[in-house]
Design a protein around this ligand. Structure first.
Ligand code: GLC
Length: 733
């Protein structure tokens, strides 16, 4: 509609001939070069930086609309004022809150990643947003990272496989996915002042692959530079990262957008691959100099450089072309999209994804819950009640509704059992997040001791106890801008869980968090479930799993270590960084190299609470003997028969790890290089086939600057978790 109107208007102005840039039948590149040829230098410069908190200029004179950017990876952020962070107070921008991306990663289901991207892309389009500031895919180098919940775990292959369909799903709706935060931004502590020192092998093997997959396989139209520095340059204008690797090696033809406030230098902004400067003098969370847009690095200073010959028009044309390409891919796309918003289908998708990502960590048969008629279920824990869609930083959402676990359990057991609730402890009483209000009243007058005593007293005659605790996206507890300080459950939850377990009642612990927590009481409870921030339908998803409506099939996208000390980050210089003589910025050394997550724990043979890729089911599965065959030149195939040997339908995730028995460099004990989720009825068998190639066997040789698969012995490990290998195939290259 928009395009047609514009066509008519311009046709009248130009005497009937429709200009190429407005003609949907012309190729993208023809339209870009035609529009560019009609623009003045001032118009080109104007579009390279913000004009408001979340928009960058188009070309009003030519009828080319501005670009609207929106957070975030889990849903469409409520409208803020033009030049303020305050809510605009719209009454029609309450969105569908989809599960946190760590929850999506835990499904290990590529189809659900596509469904997720498609639904959130529809919501962005409906809200007339052209660039979705997500997904985030930074690697889980430390379990303390405050934004672990927004990312996709500790393995580059898993994140890469899950981000591609998400990007495709979003972009199918004429919305650009802006994959973030590029790159090696693996903590929140001093994120705008820390230089990540990472060797090339580690960079190419661990920190780039998911971004490369998003760009090369997913066709991402936008990338967000990160706040931190890598090897001495800020990543929003890091020449090596943006020009050499992203736009050079990977052939990226989209736009590089700075994180909000990530652009720090005039000359580097012009020369080093930044295309749109956003949020300068702010950090995307708090106030900023008002209406400072003409002072942006790519505003007046850029114009001056162009006029006095210190910047080339060719460089400006490259930026403007990329921006025009983004506009012609989104708001001016030939195939008009209109999206949809808070539809039943979106809430159903949110519920399905949330449930499919819930991980059953332990179960002695207590789950699915069976309670005698008119029995009594005691639910303990603040997270059974506290709304969690809000908070966490820029991914904060105003959602149409959020089903809390307590209500969903009461719904599920209506007419069957009484569900009572004891708060048990006080975590975070905030109910207002940047003026997004939950409407709950979390104030509490009882002391910690009283709260605990009340919970224990109520448990005495309960048929079962469901503890629902964890973290809550408040400061230091899974929140942008602050890292966690330990992986121990806060607010005295461990002591409370132990006290309840003493009562020897059937007891289930549900940990709702976006990052690993240690579970010293794991041996004392009957079942443990890793719930996530599941979005609008999180309560229903959890109740579906606890009652058996959904058979859990999630797998951990990160390791659950017994303690932080067991991890690979042993020194201040590794985390959270140190000051060094004569260096302006904090320095953070990735001394552990490629050995993060299970790559560390497995190789060092350190026992963990629950391993990467672990997840149980209410049914059982049997894997046959894996077989190897060649599928085509340079590609092999591992096939294995999977049978559902239990009584209920369920899904299993077959995982393929490679182990290089003899390498010229230190390599992890195993590395994930393939996986496939398979759904089976009771008694049903299916053959799962996973292909791999030479690159799957390779490590990155920094000297040669290429992937190298050394001849010699390997082992192919096939299993259902990194520590549950069902079969091994020796392999000689
Ligand atoms: C924030 C975040 C980024 C977000 C942006 C806009 O600081 O780092 O993920 O998209 O600013 O809010």
């Amino acid at each position: 509609m928009i395009l047609t109107a514009a066509l008519v208007v311009v046709a009248c102005q130009s005497g009937g001939k429709v200009p190429v840039y407005l003609n949907p039948d012309k190729s993208l590149e023809e339209r870009v070069s035609d529009a560019l040829s009609r623009m003045t230098i001032e118009e080109k410069v104007a579009m390279t930086h913000a004009q408001s908190k979340f928009s960058s200029a188009g070309v009003p004179r030519l009828g080319i609309p501005e670009l609207w950017h929106t957070d975030g990876p889990h849903g469409i952020r409520p409208e803020v004022l033009w030049d303020e962070w305050d809510q605009a107070g719209w009454t029609n921008d309450s969105c569908t809150a989809f599960p946190a991306l760590i929850n999506l990663a835990a499904t290990w289901d590529r189809d659900l990643a596509y469904l997720y991207g498609d639904c959130i892309g529809q919501e962005a389009r409906y809200r007339k947003k052209d660039i979705l500031l997500g997904p985030g895919i930074n690697m889980g180098r430390t379990p303390l990272n405050g934004r672990t919940f927004e990312y996709m775990g500790e393995d580059p292959f898993l994140a890469g496989q899950m981000v591609v369909p998400y990007v495709k799903g979003v972009q199918k709706n004429g919305v650009a996915a802006c994959v973030k935060h590029f790159a090696v931004n693996n903590q929140e502590t001093r994120r705008t002042a820390t230089n990540s020192v990472v060797d090339d092998r580690t960079l190419y093997e661990i920190y780039l692959p998911a971004f490369k997959a998003a760009v090369v396989d997913g066709g991402a139209w936008a990338i967000m530079g990160s706040y931190n520095l890598w090897n001495g340059q800020f990543n929003c204008h890091n020449k090596r990262l943006l020009c050499d690797i992203l736009k050079g090696e990977w052939g990226f033809d989209g736009v590089v957008i700075s994180d909000w406030g990530g652009c720090r230098d005039d000359d580097e902004a012009v020369e080093n691959g930044l295309d749109i400067e956003m949020g300068t003098w702010t950090n995307g969370l708090r106030g900023a100099a008002s209406d400072s847009y003409q002072n942006y690095h790519l505003a007046r200073p850029y114009l001056e450089r162009l006029r006095n010959g210190r910047a080339t028009e060719a460089g400006l044309n490259d930026k403007a072309s990329r921006i025009l390409r983004t506009i012609f891919r989104t708001s001016m796309a030939p195939d008009q999209h209109f999206g949809s918003f808070t539809s039943p289908e979106h809430f159903a998708a949110a519920r399905k994804i949330a449930a499919e990502g819930i991980v059953l960590l332990k179960n002695n048969g207590t789950l699915p819950l069976r309670v005698p008629q008119d029995g009594k279920i005691l639910v303990v824990g603040e997270n059974a009640y506290k709304m969690m869609v809000v908070g966490g930083g820029s991914s904060n959402l105003k959602t149409k509704y959020e089903v809390i676990p307590l209500d969903a359990l009461r719904e599920a057991f209506a007419g069957k059992a009484e569900v009572i609730w004891e708060r048990g402890y006080v975590g975070d009483v905030t109910t207002d997040y940047n003026r997004v209000l939950t409407g709950q009243d979390l104030r509490e007058s009882r002391s910690a001791a009283k709260l605990k005593a009340d919970a224990v007293a109520a448990a005495k005659d309960a048929d079962c106890i469901i503890f629902i605790g964890g973290l809550n996206k408040s400061n230091f507890q899974d929140n942008e801008g602050t890292d966690r300080q330990d992986i121990v459950l806060p607010y005295g939850q461990n002591e409370l869980i132990e006290a309840l377990a003493e009562l020897k009642r059937p007891m289930v612990v549900v940990n709702i968090s976006g990052s690993p927590v240690s579970m010293p009481w794991a041996g004392k409870v009957d079942a443990i479930v890793q719930g996530w921030y599941g979005g609008s339908e999180s309560g229903h998803a959890l109740a579906d799993v606890l009652t058996g409506v959904v058979n859990p099939s999630g797998k951990l996208p990160f390791t659950m270590p017994k303690s932080l000390a067991d991890g690979p980050l042993k020194t201040e210089r590794q985390f959270p960084g140190i000051r060094e003589e004569g260096k302006e910025w904090w320095q953070e050394y990735y001394d552990e190299g490629v050995f993060i997550g299970y790559r560390w724990y497995d190789t060092k043979k350190i026992p963990v609470d629950f391993a990467f890729g672990h997840g149980l089911s209410y049914t059982t599965f049997e894997l046959g003997k894996p077989k190897l065959s060649r599928s085509k030149v340079g590609e092999w195939k591992v096939s294995v028969l999977v049978r559902n040997t239990g009584k209920v339908a369920g899904a299993e995730v077959v995982q393929l790890y490679i182990s290089d028995d003899e390498a010229s460099v230190a390599r992890p004990a195993k590395e994930l290089k393939g996986f496939q989720k398979v759904y089976l009825e009771p008694g049903q068998s299916k053959k799962v086939e996973i292909t791999f190639d030479k690159e799957s066997l390779s490590f990155f040789d920094a000297e040669k600057h290429e992937w190298v698969a050394e001849a010699g012995e390997f082992h192919l490990l096939v299993g259902t978790a990194s520590n549950r290998i069902a079969g091994e195939i020796p392999f000689t290259l």
